[in-house]
Design a protein around this ligand. Structure first.
Ligand code: MSP
Length: 665
């Protein structure tokens, strides 16, 4: 029987800058849905990509001394590297500069024009360059601000083509009425109706003449197609729509879901369906508007210096910990606040303590009490039934919640089983059974533990593929994970009795949170600095051909030039005060006198020095490091130390006494 088809998309991202944890969120969610649906037996097509046209990109490229295509090529290479790093299993990465896409857009635009859906007129409106959006005066905030991003807009007047969006108000309202789940979560639908549709829509300007980095209108080439028409249509062209090969389009369209951030629900639930109606193309089934990941309750932005990049997190803790955290910590439809503390706590509690511990205890006991062979069950007690009933019931809950994209609830349901199974160990006390030589009962307990872990390994697979594989390896399971086998205890297809377990590495080691906090913060700062540094080098070397491949910088430390070294400001600093950090066991808070200036530096050296050892001493400090907050105290700089092979730190100083503030070179 042919498999049922499922088509899902992420937004296509602006390659105006490297992607951060917020963008990663949508892509990880989409990838998890793809893996889940595939495991359930669907034939899934997953599209992501990059939205490369528009004034913003053109300006950004110019700032970097590059042609727009050259500039976006560098960022797109990084995006693809990031998706590879995260094992994102997309089927098409569509770039809006792909030739087949550009041709299809020209066909779409011409078709709309020929059908009388688009007409030429003069546009007067308030334009927000960062959002690539026009607004009417009534929509502006505080007189001139963009209602989406709050930045100033400017009045523009130009010849333009318009799409007759105003004629679609009633049809859109009817669409929402006939398909109450078209926009999810429900609150976003109400927003669309109350903020946009109630007052009636205005026609939409769909071409620009003030810049040329875009797809030319074929019958009037001084115009380029407005970026949103270009971008939204990527969902079709990724399937070959408008090319000689429309097989995928015929197979997979209409989309089952477009996953988007809350600020672009408007484009996806108003402009997009209206355009599709005008083109006589079936409408997507659902638009899901998820919340934003904030940093400490604040919007992430480069200018605020609070952008969190995923690469250092993945490099330090692996893909699965990162994916688990994103989907477990935040409720998908709502905003959530990222902090490194939350991430590390989750790792310790859910992954190291709960899951990691369960696996290592189970495998160790099978090794110790049954020569590494998972025994067949022999007895049955009430406590076994309660474990079994819970285990085989989780899959149904997962299915129901996955349908609503409630990832955090799904993971919570799975973890109820993980914790229940850990409790089962405490309830049955296999070590006592071994002591009492109650072999039948011991066999049954070991089997039940392993069987529960087998089910867990399938349940977590869409979220944490690598961990699922590790658990299965340690349980000696060779078969592919099969979704239906999660609903059956003692499943025939995945019978594990008789398997030889293979004790592997600890899957999630417990972390020293304070140490990791420093490491994580430093790794992120290092990446930000290397990315900024790369851009500066690019500017200086405008005439040379420099390929911008920022991610490589974190993969391999490159040689530095004397000029690179000169960028780091090192000075002799006198410790005038030093105290224990009130909220951290491993940190000291130092007050440094550096010439005329006094500043605070937080340092992870408490294991090696007490405050009295340091007061009055001279140390070496980096003084132009971007400030970071460590457990609530801002650290302005870093003091240098040497680390021996036991990990002991020894602070650097000068051979002779030198006046503080002296420059080190
Ligand atoms: N290019 C358009 C989308 C066109 S789709 C036809 C665009 N690009 S974007 O790069 O600015 O944003 C892409 C997605 O990333 C949006 O869904 C946006 O909500 C999401 N995010 C950007 N920052 C985010 C967070 N901090 N948190 C969660 N998602 C965020 O818009």
């Amino acid at each position: 029987m042919a498999k049922a088809k499922y088509y899902l998309t992420t937004p296509i991202y602006y390659p105006s800058d490297n992607l951060h944890i917020g963008h990663t969120y949508t892509t990880v969610a989409a990838d998890t849905i793809k893996k889940f649906k595939t495991l359930q037996g669907y034939d899934v097509f997953f599209t992501t990509g990059s939205d490369e046209h528009g004034q913003k990109i053109q300006t950004k490229a110019k700032e970097n001394g590059l042609e727009p295509k050259e500039y976006v090529d560098g960022i797109v290479a990084n995006i693809k590297k990031l998706w590879k790093m995260l094992e994102i299993d997309y089927d098409c990465f569509i770039r809006s500069t792909d030739e087949h896409h550009e041709k299809a857009i020209q066909k779409i635009f011409t078709k709309l024009y020929e059908k009388g859906e688009i007409y030429k007129s003069v546009y007067k409106g308030y334009y927000c360059t960062p959002c690539e959006s026009f607004w009417t005066e009534a929509q502006l905030l505080d007189g001139d601000k963009c209602p989406d991003c709050g930045r100033p807009t400017h009045l523009e007047e130009e010849e333009a083509y318009f799409f007759k969006l105003s004629e679609y108000t009633d049809r859109l309202l009817k669409l929402y009425e006939d398909h109450p789940d078209f926009i999810q979560p429900q609150a976003r639908k109400n927003e669309m109706i109350n903020n946009f549709l109630k007052e009636g829509l205005e026609d939409l300007c769909v071409s620009r003449t003030t810049f040329d980095w875009g797809i030319k209108v074929p019958f009037d080439p001084k115009h380029v197609v407005y970026v949103w028409v270009d971008a939204l249509s990527c969902y079709l062209t990724a399937l070959g729509y408008g090319t000689d090969d429309e097989q995928n389009f015929n197979d997979y369209w209409p989309a089952d879901v477009h996953l988007v951030g809350k600020e672009i629900v408007r484009f996806h639930s108003i402009i997009w369906p209206a355009l599709l109606m005008a083109l006589d193309i079936p409408l997507p089934k659902k638009v899901f508007g998820h919340g934003w990941i904030l940093f400490d309750d604040d919007k992430m932005s480069k200018s605020k210096g609070n952008v969190i990049y995923p690469e250092p997190i993945i490099e330090l803790y692996g893909i699965d910990a990162f994916r688990y955290f994103l989907l477990r910590e935040f409720t998908f439809g709502q905003d959530g606040s990222f902090t490194r503390e939350k991430f590390l706590h989750r790792l310790n509690s859910d992954l190291a303590n709960d899951l990691g511990n369960l696996l290592s205890r189970t495998v160790s006991m099978v090794e110790k009490y049954n020569d590494g062979i998972i025994p067949a069950p022999k007895t049955e007690e009430e406590v076994d039934n309660s474990l079994r009933e819970l285990a085989v019931s989780v899959a149904d809950k997962v299915e129901a919640e996955m349908d609503k994209f409630n990832f955090s609830i799904v993971l919570e349901e799975i973890w109820k089983l993980v914790r229940r199974t850990n409790k089962y160990v405490d309830e049955t006390m296999p070590w006592i059974l071994a002591k009492e030589e109650n072999k039948d009962r011991l066999d049954s307990v070991l089997y039940n533990l392993s069987e529960s872990l087998r089910i867990i390994s399938v349940l977590i697979k869409p979220f944490m593929g690598e961990t699922s594989g590790k658990i299965r390896n340690q349980l000696g399971i060779k078969a592919e994970a099969n979704w239906e086998d999660t609903k059956v205890w003692n499943s025939k297809d995945s019978n594990i009795a008789g398997n030889k377990v293979e004790k592997g590495e600890i899957i999630f080691p417990r972390l020293d949170i304070e140490k990791e906090l420093i490491q994580l913060e430093e790794a992120n700062q290092k990446l930000i600095q290397s990315r900024t540094k790369d851009k500066e080098v690019d500017k200086v070397e405008e005439n040379k051909e420099v390929e911008v491949k920022e991610v490589e910088v974190i993969e391999k430390e490159t040689e530095v030039t004397i000029d690179d070294f000169a960028k780091i400001e090192l000075k002799v600093a006198k410790v005038v005060n030093c105290e224990n950090h009130p909220k951290a066991d491993k940190l000291l808070v130092l007050t440094l006198q550096i010439g005329e200036e006094t500043r605070t530096v937080v340092s992870g050296i408490k294991q090696f020095y007490s405050p009295e050892d340091l007061i009055g001493k001279n140390v070496v400090a980096i003084t132009n490091l971007k400030p970071v907050k460590l457990r609530g105290i801002e650290s302005k700089g870093m003091i240098l130390a040497a680390e021996d092979d036991q990990g002991k730190l020894s602070l650097l100083t000068t051979l002779e006494e030198v006046k503080n503030g002296a420059v080190i070179s």
